[in-house]
Design a protein around this ligand. Structure first.
Ligand code: ADP
Ligand code: TYD
Length: 209
C-alpha cells in the first residue's frame, strides 16, 4: 500500500465511551473550518465491509470463534483501506475513522484467550499500516457500559460479552497507548460532551498544523 499525503486519525475506546458522538462533532467542526474530511468507521466504511459488519456484529456472542472473527474483521479492514481510506489520504484528506486495528487487538485479541500475536501477524500481512494519530477515549467501564446498553443497538454482539471484558479492554487500551506514545493521545471521556469536543479539536489541530 502506497505512502499517503493526508492525515489518518482513529478513535478508539470501549463501547459507549463517546467515540461516535465525538467523531461527529469533530468532523462538523473541521468541515466548518474548510477542511476536507472523510468520516468513516469500522467494521464498515465501504460497501463490502458494511456487509461483513452485519455478519460480525449481529447474533449470539458465540456465533463465530475469535479466530474466524480476526479473519472477518481483517477482510473488512482490507476492503475499507483499498476503497475508502487510501484513496482519501492520497487525495490529501483528513480521515476520521471510528475504530481501527487497535479494536481487533483488544476485542479479538483478549475476549477469548490471548490471541494478540495472531491479530498482529495478520495485520502485518494484510494491512501493514497504523493511523498517524489515535485518540483513546478512556473512562470507567461501568458508566460506559450502561450508556452503550441504553443505546439499544442491533449491533450489540460485543456489548453482550459483559462488563468484565470491558474492564480488561480498558486497561489493554491504556497499555497500547503506553507502548506507542507517539501515535496515541488519551482523552478523558468521563467529562461533558462540549468539554471533550473542545479538547479533541485542540488535539487534532495541533497534529495537522
Ligand atoms: P461509542 O461510539 O464510543 O460507543 P457513543 O458516542 O455512541 O459511544 O455514546 C454512547 C451513548 O452515550 C450515547 O447515547 C451518547 O449520546 C451518550 N454520550 C456520549 N458522550 C457522552 C458524555 N460525554 N456524557 C454523557 N453521555 C454521553
Ligand atoms: P461500534 O459500532 O464502534 O460500537 P460502539 O459504538 O459500541 O463502540 O463497533 C461495534 C463493535 O465491534 C464494538 O463492540 C467493537 C467491535 N469490534 C471488534 O470486536 N473488532 C474490531 O476489529 C472492530 C473494529 C470492532
Amino acid at each position: 500500500m502506497t505512502s499517503p499525503k493526508g492525515h489518518f486519525i482513529s478513535f478508539e475506546g470501549i463501547d459507549g465511551s463517546g467515540k461516535s458522538t465525538q467523531a461527529k462533532r469533530l468532523v462538523a467542526a473541521l468541515q466548518a473550518e474548510g477542511y476536507d474530511v472523510v468520516h468513516t468507521r469500522e467494521p464498515g466504511g465501504s460497501a463490502g465491509a458494511e456487509e461483513i459488519r452485519a455478519l460480525v456484529l449481529q447474533g449470539e456472542p458465540d456465533r463465530w470463534s475469535a479466530e474466524t472473527e480476526i479473519l472477518l474483521f481483517t477482510a473488512a479492514r482490507r476492503d475499507h483501506m483499498e476503497r475508502t481510506i487510501l484513496p482519501a489520504l492520497e487525495a490529501g484528506k483528513i480521515v476520521i475513522c471510528d475504530r481501527f486495528a487497535d479494536s481487533t487487538r483488544m476485542y479479538q485479541g483478549l475476549s477469548r484467550g490471548d490471541l494478540r500475536a495472531l491479530v498482529d501477524q495478520l495485520h502485518d500481512l494484510m494491512i501493514g499500516r497504523e493511523p498517524d494519530l489515535t485518540l483513546l477515549f478512556d473512562m470507567d467501564p461501568d458508566v460506559s457500559h450502561t450508556r452503550a446498553v441504553e443505546r439499544d443497538s442491533i449491533d450489540s454482539r460485543f456489548e453482550d460479552f459483559g462488563a468484565g471484558l470491558q474492564k480488561a479492554m480498558r486497561s489493554g487500551f491504556l497499555d497500547l497507548a503506553t507502548s506507542a506514545p507517539e501515535r496515541f493521545r488519551i482523552i478523558d471521556a468521563a467529562r461533558d460532551i462540549d468539554t471533550i469536543a473542545a479538547d479533541t479539536l485542540g488535539v487534532i489541530k495541533a497534529h495537522i498544523q
